[in-house]
Design a protein around this ligand. Structure first.
Ligand SMILES: Cc1ncc(COP(=O)(O)O)c(C/N=C2\CONC2=O)c1O
Length: 401
């Protein structure tokens, strides 16, 4: 079946962060912040949701629940949802988990905030790899505890990031480090960690009694032909690995606020029993179940479309921004580009592109550390929009030099 990923859908008037929240999120400004472009003239390549219609199977699943016409308090009762999600992880990853280990969360970020509080004490620290999705740091901030980062390294400066295991081992050995939030696959570098990298990372944490939250929210959106390995799959008897997955990135339903947290650790389970909210939105539950039961073919077609978008990015930068460093990411729909040869190190990158190109993107110091001269491009948009965004970006950087 063909899905129309080229369709441009008007998101204005839907109160979405992507169109209405950029002033506050990127620029920490209010609605009075002005730009040389009208809001609907911007090409939006920033927040990680997609400008593609959610698959019909999900919409139909939600409509079916709407037809029941009562939306009272709802939790995950019975095994219907568990069976749908477990069938997905078995089909996709050859991995499953016990029913009692599955906890719903309104989002992976709320889960990170909550779990960090359960696992860390006031004198403890959270470890992360940088550049990092900033909300990993915010999970520490939210709990008023410190954080430590280990910079990933792009040894050949070709866009292929690796873990600096000597540095990671040193950071994990800090007695205050009790939790490592692992981004697997990695946002923003796009790495899909190999089994060897996964095992080396996990065993350093095990040796230092560091609990691992493996944030695998991007695990379904790999380049065609690549395979994700859930970290917990490698350690079926370990209770030191909490796994976070969700339909939100895969099927563009982040607004449904529905995520899967798999917790094998008895102590953390007990904390959840005491403090966690198990209530879910009935429409979100219906949508998530429909996604896992019927969304596979759409996801495969989405992967192919994103492959094509990234091929275009590579071709465009090779031709027009020859000094930029970009490698097609192994996962996510987020391109990570070093434009250091075109800008000053202290440039406010998002402001430059908003004012000069009419493009909304994230970059610079928005990724905790190790990201100063980089931009992150969300390419999950119709190709015509991607082409216009890249044309504007290239023209601004060419003019600057
Ligand atoms: C690694 C990672 N974890 C968690 C989340 C959010 O989970 P949620 O609370 O929505 O379930 C994101 C979304 N990443 C975004 C969202 O906008 N820009 C980003 O890079 C993410 O990239």
């Amino acid at each position: 079946m063909n899905y129309n990923f080229d369709e441009i859908i008007d998101r204005r008037g839907t109160s979405c962060l992507n169109t209405d929240g950029f002033r506050e999120y990127i620029f920490h400004a209010d609605e009075n912040m002005k730009f040389p472009f009208a809001d609907d003239e911007f090409i939006r390549m920033w927040v990680a949701d997609m400008d593609f219609a959610t698959p019909d199977c999900i919409i139909d699943g939600i409509k079916k629940r709407l037809d029941r016409r009562i939306f009272g308090y709802t939790r995950i009762f019975g095994d219907e949802y568990y069976n749908a999600f477990r069938a997905w992880t078995e089909k996709m990853y050859g991995w499953s988990f016990q029913r009692e280990q599955l906890y719903p969360s309104p989002g992976v970020i709320p889960a990170l905030y909550e779990l960090t509080g359960y696992i860390c004490g006031p004198e403890d620290k959270v470890l992360m790899m940088t550049p990092s999705y900033a909300y990993f740091k915010y999970a520490a901030d939210h709990n008023d505890i410190g954080y430590v980062y280990s910079d990933l390294v792009d040894r050949n400066h070709n866009g292929y990031y690796e873990i600096d295991f000597d540095d990671f081992r040193k950071k994990a050995a800090d007695p205050a480090v009790k939790l490592f939030i692992f981004c697997n696959p990695h946002n923003p570098t796009g790495r899909v960690w190999t089994e060897e990298e996964l095992r080396k990372t996990a065993e350093i944490c095990f040796e230092n009694n560091v609990m691992i939250i493996s944030d695998e929210i991007h695990c379904d959106l790999l380049r065609s032909g690549l395979t994700h390995t859930p970290l917990a799959k490698l350690y079926p008897d370990s209770d030191q690995i909490i796994t976070c997955m969700a339909p939100s990135k895969t099927f563009n339903v982040a607004g449904l606020q529905f995520s899967n947290i798999i917790i094998p650790n008895r102590k953390v389970q007990e904390m959840c029993q005491k403090y966690h909210s198990f209530d879910v939105n009935p429409l979100s539950l219906a949508g998530a179940q429909a996604a896992y039961e019927g969304g596979y073919d759409w996801m495969i077609e989405l992967r192919k479309y994103l492959d094509g978008n990234f091929a275009y990015v590579k071709e465009c930068l090779n031709e027009h921004l020859t000094k930029a460093v970009f490698r097609v990411p192994e996962a996510t729909y987020l391109g990570w580009v070093d434009i250091g040869e075109y800008i000053d190190k202290d440039e406010n990158i998002p402001l430059l592109f908003a004012n000069k190109a009419g493009v909304l993107l994230e970059g610079g110091n928005m990724f905790v550390h190790n990201s100063d001269t980089y931009i992150r491009l969300n390419v999950a948009c119709p190709r015509s929009v991607l082409k216009e965004g890249l044309k504007r970006i290239c023209s601004v950087l060419s003019e600057e030099n």
